[in-house]
Design a protein around this ligand. Structure first.
Ligand code: PMP
Length: 351
């Protein structure tokens, strides 16, 4: 068996070491004769050996202050597109929030928020905070277009909400600058079907009266994310991924590797006329690198040939076409080197 370098934007590559550990524990975890996800989520074993350490390690990795809750929610990031407005719009009297409109994923968050209140749209460059906003929402890394905002918008006293699905744990962040962060797990953490929330405690308790129980963040705060049966497998695997990241030296160490991986790929793209990347250099994503060969036929051939070379899932999102290399934490630097070598060879043959 050859494990491929998997450039999927999500569900993305999980570190081999983490999967090996799952393999070794799947039939008999901690000598109990069952796996970690065949036991009660309310039992001592699950609480003390899975969910509590997972939260502890996540807090440690991101240096999360005590006045922030960590929530494990058993669904994807898109659920939060509705949860955020339902929970936070009523902070202001006029039911108004500001959204930075920067691409396809922020667009989806906007569309959902517009069902519940007045949504003011701004571009990242011309955004200014206003005290009558309940919150300000942005998507620091637009996964589909490969756009990343490297500076955090200044929002004064207005809580900043971020969809960090495709950059969480890829670099250190100053949590205190945020009111609420949510992120789907399937890119930088664990399999799909789990998302994580970091929520400042003073923002809990503003949900609209008609908010369904499981869409109210307070439900998760009050129950240690155990109001209902959570995604026990996802949380178990997230915990292993956090331990793996700590072993790599944490977020500070991985950010250096991530920068180096992305720089190599962008340097190569800049050195050739065969491939194009059209993102403004100051907004280039460290996680998702979108590029194009000279035409759609060659893009298709690139996908076919790279797949045979065990470099898989390089097809771009259908909305933007071309090719996309998602190089999250679990992508080894050797995977990026292998991709660049393949690209050079492909260019030689088809330029
Ligand atoms: N936000 C961003 C930035 C994403 O990249 C994605 C998934 N690609 C989503 C939200 C949606 O996540 P999910 O499929 O988990 O709902």
């Amino acid at each position: 068996m050859t494990r491929a370098y998997n450039f999927c934007s999500g569900p993305a590559m999980i570190p081999t070491e983490v999967l090996e550990r799952v393999k070794s524990e799947i039939l008999d975890w901690n000598n109990i004769g069952a796996s970690a996800f065949e036991i009660s989520h309310r039992g001592k074993d699950y609480l003390e050996k899975v969910i509590e350490p997972a939260e502890h390690h996540f807090r440690q990795l991101l240096n999360i202050p005590k006045n922030y809750h960590v929530l494990f929610t058993s669904f994807g990031a898109s659920h939060h597109f509705a949860m955020v407005p339902l929970n936070l719009l009523d902070r202001s009297k006029n039911n108004t929030a500001c959204y930075i409109d920067s691409g396809i994923w922020s667009g989806k968050a906007i569309k959902e928020a517009q069902r519940y209140g007045n949504i003011i749209l701004k571009k990242f460059e011309d955004f200014k905070s206003q005290s009558d906003y309940s919150y300000i929402h942005y998507t620091p890394n637009e996964t589909i277009e490969g756009i990343q905002f490297h500076d955090i918008p200044k929002t004064g006293d207005v809580p900043l909400v971020a969809d960090m699905s495709s950059e969480i744990l890829s670099k250190p962040i100053d949590i205190k600058k945020f009111g609420l962060i949510y992120a789907g797990a399937q890119k930088n953490i664990a399999p799909a079907g789990l998302s994580l929330v970091i929520m400042r405690d003073d923002l809990v308790g503003f949900a609209k009266s008609f908010t369904p129980t499981l869409y109210n963040y307070k439900t998760y705060v009050d129950s240690q994310s155990l109001y209902h049966t959570p995604n026990t497998f996802g949380i178990y695997l997230a915990g292993l991924a956090f331990e793996w990241l700590l072993k790599q030296g944490g977020v500070e160490a991985i950010t250096k590797i991530n920068q180096r991986k992305a720089q190599k790929l962008y340097d190569y793209l800049d050195s050739t006329d065969f491939y194009k990347n059209s993102v403004d250099k100051k907004y280039r994503s460290v996680m998702n690198i979108v590029f194009y060969t000279p035409n759609a036929e060659l893009d298709k051939l690139f996908v076919e040939e790279s797949t045979k070379a065990h470099l898989i899932n390089l097809k771009g999102h259908k909305a933007v076409g071309g090719l996309r290399a998602s190089i999250y934490n679990a992508m080894p630097e050797a995977g990026v080197d292998a991709l660049i070598n393949f690209m050079k060879d492909f260019e030689k043959r088809y330029a």
